[in-house]
Design a protein around this ligand. Sequence first.
Ligand SMILES: NC(=O)c1ccc[n+]([C@@H]2O[C@H](COP(=O)([O-])OP(=O)(O)OC[C@H]3O[C@@H](n4cnc5c(N)ncnc54)[C@H](OP(=O)(O)O)[C@@H]3O)[C@@H](O)[C@H]2O)c1
Length: 263
Amino acid sequence: MLLQNKNAVIYGAGGAIGSAVARAFAREGAKVFLTGRHRAPVEVVAKEIVSAGGSAEAAEVDALDEQAIDKHLESVIGKAGRVDISFNAVGIPGTNILGVPLVELDVAQFSLPITTYATSYFLIARAAARRMAANKSGVIMTATTQHSRMGLPLSGGYGPAMAAEEALTRVLSVELAPQGIRVVGLRPQAIPETDTLKEAFEARAKVSGLTWEQFQEFLASKTHTRRLMTLAEMANMAVFMASDKASGMTGTTVNLTMGSLDD
Ligand SMILES: NC(=O)c1ccc[n+]([C@@H]2O[C@H](COP(=O)([O-])OP(=O)(O)OC[C@H]3O[C@@H](n4cnc5c(N)ncnc54)[C@H](OP(=O)(O)O)[C@@H]3O)[C@@H](O)[C@H]2O)c1
């Protein structure tokens, strides 16, 4: 098992990506500490993992609340001794931020994704790094999308938010790698199993005139594989990148866009 004896903290663990990563980490032997803004969805995932024979605990932690993040990490260290992996899977509903042309977008709506995504990632990463530095090892991870590098219409501040996260991954890495801490992002292709993609479709449906099926076909047509990504594919890569097998990877975002975005 690739993550045997590792302790992983996952933020936004009740969501699609967070829960898939949590299950995959636990299957590979990690003890997972699941957190989310609301406890109930995180509790469901933790129970599933425990029923399948894994080790998981759930907690309510707002990833924009510095003190709540610190308090929770202290409790993890109290129970498990150390934190090896920190995974940021926080996401906000696309319905609040997508579908409006930039010239009609108000500043609050533009800023919301930028401040939410960049600030939560910063707070999570900083708290983890402070603890990981003591052990001279650890991996800090986040998830972004191809909006970070492509001009996609009706995305408001979402693209700038994704670009900010990828920039932060590089800056965190250059400061933390000398202390034994790797920082890596994952940039998955759209995942049709998730509500996030459905919201992205719905926000643009009126303007695009596409059906849900046509929207997926359109996105898939931009990939080399002519299909979109599965949660399992994304989670498998998360496991590998979190593991010691990826010890040579830091300061970068793994391009999982299946060919839509050239390197
Ligand atoms: N789904 C895709 O196709 C896809 C593809 C590529 C990249 N991504 C990226 O991956 C990330 C996660 O996406 P997802 O599809 O898993 O989204 P999701 O299903 O909406 O999950 C996001 C989770 O974040 C939680 N959250 C929101 N604000 C929080 C806060 N302040 N503190 C703690 N938790 C908070 C949400 O909890 P509540 O519901 O309780 O608010 C939710 O459980 C996003 O950055 C997204 O852009 C997604």
